[in-house]
Design a binder for this molecule. Sequence first.
Ligand SMILES: *[C@@H]1O[C@H](CO)[C@@H](O)[C@H](O)[C@H]1NC(C)=O
Length: 253
Amino acid sequence: MYIRECYRFFAMYFQLLLLASCSSAATLPKAPFLRPCAQDNPHFNDCALESAKYGLPIVAKGDRSLGIPPLNPLHIPEVKVDDRSFTLTLHDALVYGLENAIPEKIEFNFEKRNINMEFTLPVFKAISKYAIDGKFLLLPIKGDGDFNGTSINGKLRVNQGYNFKKINGKDHMEVVDMKVTFMPQRFYLTLTNLFNGDKTLGDHMNAFLNENWKVVYEELRPTLESTFETILTSVTTSFFNAIPYEEILPKTL
Ligand SMILES: *[C@@H]1O[C@H](CO)[C@@H](O)[C@H](O)[C@H]1NC(C)=O
């Protein structure tokens, strides 16, 4: 009798310990930026928006254990803009401003496995070395030097689908389609050392580029947007691979 009671006590004790360790494992800050929202939350999209506002500044610092690079600034070794009439190459670009993205809207569609997001990027800029050659907006252009592309109040729209795959027996989300559009309220471009350093020609060209910033931006836009898609796919994939689906989007809490 005594032994049986005693055993029950120990069994209970161990169960409690196990429970305690399980719950601490579940809430372990594996991803300190993650504040999950339950799928059955009637205000799920609002909750997700708040989570994004909370988590983004933390994610932006980067997380080596999750394979997420620091976003302030983000280093991109090379970007090539290939148009029929000109080539523009950026080397060692430093991209600033992703860390200040303001989440404006998040819409999940669990049936369609789709996420729709909108952010404002108050100041978003790329500082880089560049080389350009060819015809830009019908004008001959040639040069290599410093590139500064700065956009003000950019609207970043992200639409991504997801699927599931197994990692160590657990469901993980997988990015299947990432579509990004980015439109700034104003775009500034400065290219130093155009035309072998001819200052008059260079100043004229820079003035022309900025007067016609909308057309200039449309020329650069497809490359910029596909670069966004590559970056966001890579960051999201690291995040999805590191954290199981049930922890990112628990059915209930
Ligand atoms: C880049 O251009 C923007 C807009 O013209 C300007 O405010 C900023 O100081 C420039 N930054 C650098 C590093 O040249």
